[in-house]
Design a protein around this ligand. Sequence first.
Ligand SMILES: [Zn+2]
Ligand SMILES: [Zn+2]
Length: 140
Amino acid sequence: MYQGSCLCGNVQIQITGKISDIIHCHCSLCRKSSGTAYATNGFVNTEDFHIEQGSEHLGQFEIKPGKIRHFCKTCASPIFSSNATDPSRIRLRLGILDSDISERPISHNFVTSKANWDDLHVTLPHYEEHEPSRNKQKAL
Ligand SMILES: [Zn+2]
Ligand SMILES: [Zn+2]
């Protein structure tokens, strides 16, 4: 069982099944809705996906007919998306998870749409926290 929550904590979710087909999506829609280089998304069966708290805080944006992105109206965290043509499952935004998961991403997708400053992390150094040079600047 996995737990998740939005940034402000108003929306709490629980997943009682597996997460499948986890991918890093670099498409322009995922970049814009996440504000980052890519979104990490996976399928969860609708019957395994539970809004434990805060369903009244969820807002909806219909990006295409029947394709709805659900987000927290207070903090704007993306929570999941749903598709009217496939109501048996939802597409989870994995960044909201508070639990460690056993499943792993299988691929980077839509890499031809990636931001031109995104090098797919093949060459950059990795840090446990902020990059060391940030300590010399004012915190933003
Ligand atoms: Zn929130
Ligand atoms: Zn995408």
